[in-house]
Design a protein around this ligand. Structure first.
Ligand SMILES: Nc1ncnc2c1ncn2[C@@H]1O[C@H](COP(=O)(O)OP(=O)(O)OP(=O)(O)O)[C@@H](O)[C@H]1O
Ligand SMILES: [Mg+2]
Length: 250
């Protein structure tokens, strides 16, 4: 997995042209994501244990998909693959027509930075940056002037009602507050795709509903959303459920 520092720090990335699209690739305008027979395994003892088995999914632009399944089913693993955080898998994966399976890790990270906002299960805020600085990170990957970035951070702090927390560090926040900052960071740069791993797990139900309503609004404006959730209520905000069990789609 690429280190989080490398993902959330550093210069603006260069995304390769999708010119070397293979003949069997799905048309980019039809699918945001197409995976074919994704396998992922870990070595255990003399053998290997599979955590993803022949996973083939298609997600169209504008969908709001929920991934569900028991603990250990492979949901977070699948999100890491789709988000190009994890390159240790086999199979084929096209993202907006880009043949990701042929790309270097650097090219995958560039795609991730340009198109995807993440909410991780464990938040993954950067400890030595304040709330406001954490929110600025996705903006730093875009060609946006400093003054405009500051205005966007201020708007987002306001929208998430965390203005009073802007100069605090993640360790000075409660779990729920860190989760809110993580959601704010995922949406601030208006990414094409939001990947969210149990984005409301640590929130009060009314805050959770607010996040789901925010996702619904973003989705209505064209953002594609894939969320992992154990909650039927949260899954109800989406338009489709992908069920995983023991690494298989069921
Ligand atoms: N480094 C590793 N070595 C061996 N197995 C691993 C490793 N990392 C993860 N796994 C296994 O991969 C499987 C899938 O894990 P994953 O985190 O994707 O599950 P999940 O569906 O997100 O579960 P949860 O709902 O609890 O978050 C688990 O059985 C886990 O033990
Ligand atoms: Mg998980």
């Amino acid at each position: 997995m690429a280190s989080l520092k490398s993902l959330f720090g550093g210069a603006r990335p260069e995304v390769p042209a999708a010119s070397d699209v293979q003949p069997d690739a799905p048309p980019a305008d039809l699918m945001l994501i197409s995976t074919r027979n994704i396998d992922k395994s870990y070595p255990v003892g003399n053998g290997q244990v599979f955590v993803l088995r022949r996973v083939s999914i298609d997600v169209k632009p504008g969908e709001f998909v929920s991934i569900m399944g028991p603990s250990g089913a492979g949901k977070s693993t699948l999100l890491s693959v789709v988000g190009m955080l994890d390159s240790a898998w086999t199979g084929e994966f096209w993202f907006l027509g880009h043949p990701v399976h042929t790309y270097s890790i650097k090219e995958r990270v560039a795609l991730n930075k340009q198109y995807i906002g993440f909410v991780f299960q464990q938040y993954h805020l950067i400890d030595d940056l304040t709330v406001a600085e954490n929110l600025d990170i996705p903006l730093s990957y875009r060609n946006i002037k400093k003054g405009e970035r500051e205005a966007m951070v201020a708007d987002t702090l306001d929208r998430f009602q965390i203005v009073g927390k802007k100069d605090l560090y993640p360790r000075q926040l409660s779990g729920g507050q860190q989760q809110l900052v993580a959601v704010a960071r995922a949406v601030i740069a208006s990414p094409r795709l939001i990947l969210a791993d149990e984005p409301t797990g640590n929130l009060h139900s009314s805050q959770g509903a607010e996040i789901m309503e925010l996702f619904t609004r973003l989705n209505q404006q064209g953002t594609t959303i894939i969320q992992v959730t154990h909650s039927e209520t949260n899954a109800g905000y989406g338009n489709r459920i992908i069920n995983l069990k023991d690494g298989w789609i069921v």
